[in-house]
Write a protein that binds this ligand. Structure first.
Ligand code: FAD
Length: 417
């Protein structure tokens, strides 16, 4: 028996399967309920834990100032109260978008009227490093606690080498430096974060690391990572032949969207699950969070984007529920101003918008010397983003200009003395 096609609105008493029990999966399930969906909601996740928050994994949980209980997003009891059935420790192994059937690693298969794809992303390892003693990545509670325990075992002294100076690497470096470790951060790019925040701001953020005592080596290539042995700690060998001995190595070189299980599903996959502007990947199938590459109409154009931000994931999940209930064709397009934050060296870095690395930059307040500044990005004279270090009020002040793609002069005038 093949299920009826579901291009139209989702029956409010129907069934929804949510694959992935992270932020995107949880918020999608909660939003279905908040929007009046009365039917069955089942959420599957391959981790053993109920949904939890990932940002503290490189911050408070790693620092040891918060415990695991504090980062839980929803307890099993709360989920049950909301009528959300959860199956943990269960992996989806394949999917058929036409029949909305999910195959599980247990051999079972599940079918629903609608499916939310929310399997996020997994960290990239360097070749041969996965599981190597002394070498870490951070995406899960277990990995964060594993790194914290490895640092604690060093009794406050030792060398941490972080490979990759993106936001994850930078936060690990900041947390490890605050614990008193000697930290070296290696980056292949000449300017860390250049493709995300532009070269000028990337240089400033690198300067903040250096002032906090972190040795940042940009423009270097890692040739090999050597695991810890019974007689020596782990080590990194650079392409130049130089060897950097460490006590702990952390790899933060980005993620791969978790699409392996969707091969052969009939969905379009390209560095994520491709969706339309309302998040539909197929009839009655939506994708959210780090997994989704969606069509995004914004003030100064349209782009196909996959955005690995907490707030964007929450917003996409809220939108996905609305889309499913409205049905493909009637669903509204996603409308959002991407927001991201990072905590480093006791300061909050915040970014609104999605500037291109080639956008021009105007510093409207502060300076790198004050370790506090606000920069506004602009393209063809129109505001494309704002980034602030220790400047939350300024960032929010510029928000309307980012949302509307206002003339850069309008944003600059907000800071006229
Ligand atoms: P995830 O949170 O990854 O959840 C996906 C879930 O699906 C996971 O539990 C995964 O195991 C599971 N899964 C995968 N495959 C399968 C399968 N086949 N079957 C069943 N389950 C599966 N953003 C910010 O804006 N600011 C920050 O400061 C910040 N800090 C971060 C720090 C860290 C260490 C990390 C990892 C992320 C951080 N983020 C931050 C990003 C933010 O946490 C992510 O954007 C968000 O978690 C994405 O949610 P998601 O639900 O799409 O994916």
């Amino acid at each position: 028996m093949s299920p009826a096609p579901l291009a139209g609105p989702l029956d409010p008493d129907g069934s929804v399967l949510v694959v992935g029990a992270g932020l995107g999966g949880l918020r999608s399930a909660e939003s279905l309920r908040a929007n009046g969906f009365r039917g069955a909601v089942t959420m599957l996740g391959d981790e053993p834990d109920a949904p939890y928050d990932r940002p503290p994994l490189t911050k408070q949980l790693l620092a040891g100032t918060w415990d695991e209980a504090r980062i839980q997003l929803a307890s099993p009891d709360l989920l049950a109260e909301n009528g959300i059935a959860v199956e943990l420790g269960v992996a989806a192994t394949s999917f058929d978008a036409a029949t909305r059937t999910v195959q599980l690693d247990s051999g079972r298969s599940l079918r629903a009227d609608a499916v939310v794809l929310a399997t996020g992303a997994s960290p990239r390892w360097l070749p041969g490093t996965e599981g190597a003693p002394g070498v870490h990545v951070i995406r899960t509670i277990a990995q964060s606690v594993g790194l914290r325990d490895a640092l604690d075992a060093l009794d406050g002294t030792g060398r941490v080498v972080v490979i990759g100076a993106g936001f994850i690497g930078s936060e690990v470096a900041s947390t490890a430096a605050a614990k008193g470790f000697a930290v070296t951060m290696l980056e292949a790019l000449e300017v860390p974060l250049g493709p995300v925040v532009g070269e000028q701001v990337g240089g400033w953020l690198t300067e903040l690391h250096r002032r906090a005592g972190i040795e940042v080596r940009a423009g270097v290539t890692v040739a090999q990572v050597l695991a810890r042995t019974s007689t020596s700690g782990p080590a990194v060998v650079l392409a130049s032949g130089e060897r950097l001995d460490a006590d702990v190595i952390v790899i933060g070189i980005g993620v791969r969207p978790a699409t392996e299980w969707l091969a052969g599903s009939g969905l379009r996959l390209s560095d994520g699950v491709l969706t339309d502007e309302a998040l539909f990947a197929a009839d009655a199938v939506v994708a959210v969070g780090d997994l989704a590459r969606f069509r995004w109409h914004h003030a100064i154009g349209t782009d196909e984007v996959r955005i690995e931000h907490w707030e964007v994931t929450a917003q996409l999940a809220a939108h996905a529920a609305v889309s499913l209930l409205a049905g493909r064709g009637a669903a509204p397009a996603v409308s959002l101003v991407p927001y991201f934050w990072s905590d480093q060296h006791g300061r909050k870095i915040q970014m609104l918008g999605r500037p291109a690395p080639s956008d021009e930059v105007l510093c409207v307040a502060g300076s790198v010397d004050e370790a506090k500044f606000t920069v506004v990005y602009h393209r063809d004279g129109r505001v494309s983003g704002v980034l602030g270090v220790a400047s939350p009020r300024n960032v929010m002040l510029v928000r309307p200009c980012v949302a509307t793609g206002a003339p850069i002069a309008d944003a600059a005038s907000l800071f006229d003395a």
